[in-house]
Design a protein around this ligand. Sequence first.
Ligand SMILES: NC(=O)CC[C@H](N)C(=O)O
Length: 274
Amino acid sequence: MTKAKALVITGNGTNCETEAAHACRLGGFDEARIAHISELMTGEVSLDDYHFLNLTGGFLDGDDLGSAKAQANRLRYAAVAGSNEPILEQLLRFIGDGKLVLGVCNGFQLLVKMGMLPALGSDYVKQTATLTYNASGRFQDRWCYLKVDASSPSVYTRGIEGGVYLPIRHGEGKFLVDAPETLEAIENKHLACLKYSDANYSAPTMEFPENPNGSTNAIAGICDETGRVMGLMPHPEAFVHRTQHPRWTREELPEEGAGLVFFRNAAQYVKQNL
Ligand SMILES: NC(=O)CC[C@H](N)C(=O)O
């Protein structure tokens, strides 16, 4: 029986890798390894040996050049020492092999700035969107209500009724696209799987503070057309247990945090498909 193996990349300023690895294990992965980006660059670690790639939150390169831009260039243009295989080729093979990629916050910014989301027409290289400074001009560190698009192909949001309440902590969460037709395609294909909403998940909202950054169409997370590559500004790995909820001492809550379903869905997909 193939072991379901998750890989969590750390280094250069990430700060959510421990929670992400813990969420992978809780969600059902047999193995969740935290590897430094340099292990990928030297070939000590190969994506080929894993099923689920986690690109986590943090402050890659201190967000110099704009969040995650330096790491995006690193991964787009660097080659593995020794084999000289471009890291990008390894990433494209990983996606082409039907595997899963989840980018959380800085990881989402990384995927978008590498061109790996929304990846319309399966073009995982051409950048067609970005995430820029919050409209408020201020870092936002609180919780938000997120409406789930039940028609989205996202593997990760499967089975979520209505929406999910998750923490956010970012300065550059405002989603923008390069052209109207890109936004039209994202909406028509239901790739905007998560949108900032009111507490009843009744409708997406552009109103602050429910929408913490002024994202186009209230977009908080998107997936590619396969549903296997997803990025989101909220942090599902930071809500896997009720005691992480801000009101856990005052409200009756299920033992399991709502963020864990993202990882459960990923583990189930891997065990059923790879
Ligand atoms: N929590 C994060 O990953 C933050 C991402 C990025 N550093 C920002 O502030 O927008």
